[in-house]
Design a protein around this ligand. Structure first.
Ligand SMILES: [Zn+2]
Ligand SMILES: [Zn+2]
Length: 234
């Protein structure tokens, strides 16, 4: 395989699962291996770091290979990454493997003893990729931010953002005629100006009604003229 510039989650899963086939014990040890790390790394925006010990005054953190791999692919809005390690649940007392639905700590289905985490079985993707061209809501330390789709060129994303800003600020500075979209500055006179405009707005439905009234009045006058040719207008 040549050297890749890009790698997908699926490709990483393929490699990790191939590694399990090649040597399950080594991969088990490798994934279970954790290194103590500082708060700065624990606060990394995408790398997943676990809490090793939560003391009253200080907390110690640890990072492992899976946290780093997940860090490459970013996190979902809930803060979790895409790749999960799936383990079996097992009973130490009678060394029987438990059904897939068993949670660690549940009683053993055979002897009733407390179950523990078993072997690493496989890696799988637990979070879908965002749809193409979909803007992504991302949770950060400073709150939720909206990020452009990864496939979108940054110039296009910037243009869309500045256009949205323009539109937003125009909505706070101006109001519009709902019929012809004519803009009015949102000062103290906006309501009056719109009311005045509505009376003459070409697109307002009243114009059609007025035209119809005019047409009917003319028709009426014609008929009256025919019926009473001699009658004079008062
Ligand atoms: Zn058991
Ligand atoms: Zn109008």
């Amino acid at each position: 395989m040549p050297i890749n510039e890009f790698v997908t989650i699926q490709q990483v899963l393929e490699i990790l699962n191939r590694m399990i086939e090649e040597d399950p014990w080594a991969v088990n040890d490798l994934i279970n291996q954790r290194v103590v790390c500082g708060k700065k790394l624990a606060d990394d925006p995408t790398v997943q770091v676990g809490i090793k010990h939560k003391g009253e005054n200080s907390t110690t953190y640890e990072v492992g290979l899976l946290g780093v791999l997940n860090g490459l692919f970013g996190i979902d809005s809930d803060g979790w990454g895409a790749i999960a390690a799936v383990y079996s649940v097992t009973c130490k007392a009678c060394s029987s493997n438990q059904p897939v639905s068993t949670k660690v700590g549940d009683p053993c289905t055979r002897c009733g003893a407390e179950t523990v985490l078993g072997d690493l079985l496989k890696f799988e993707q637990v979070r879908p990729l965002p749809a193409k061209n979909e803007w992504i809501l991302e949770k950060t330390k400073d709150g939720v931010i909206l990020k452009p789709p990864p496939t979108m060129p940054s110039e296009l994303a910037d243009a869309m953002i500045s256009q949205a800003h323009k539109k937003l600020s125009s909505h706070t500075e101006e109001t519009y005629c709902a019929f012809c979209q004519k803009a009015f500055p949102l000062d103290g006179t906006a309501a009056e100006a719109v009311t005045e405009h509505i009376k003459t707005c070409e697109k307002h439905p009243m114009r059609a009604a007025e035209a119809k009234i005019k047409e009917l009045e003319d028709e009426n006058a014609e008929l009256l003229k025919k019926l009473f040719p001699k009658a004079r207008k008062a």
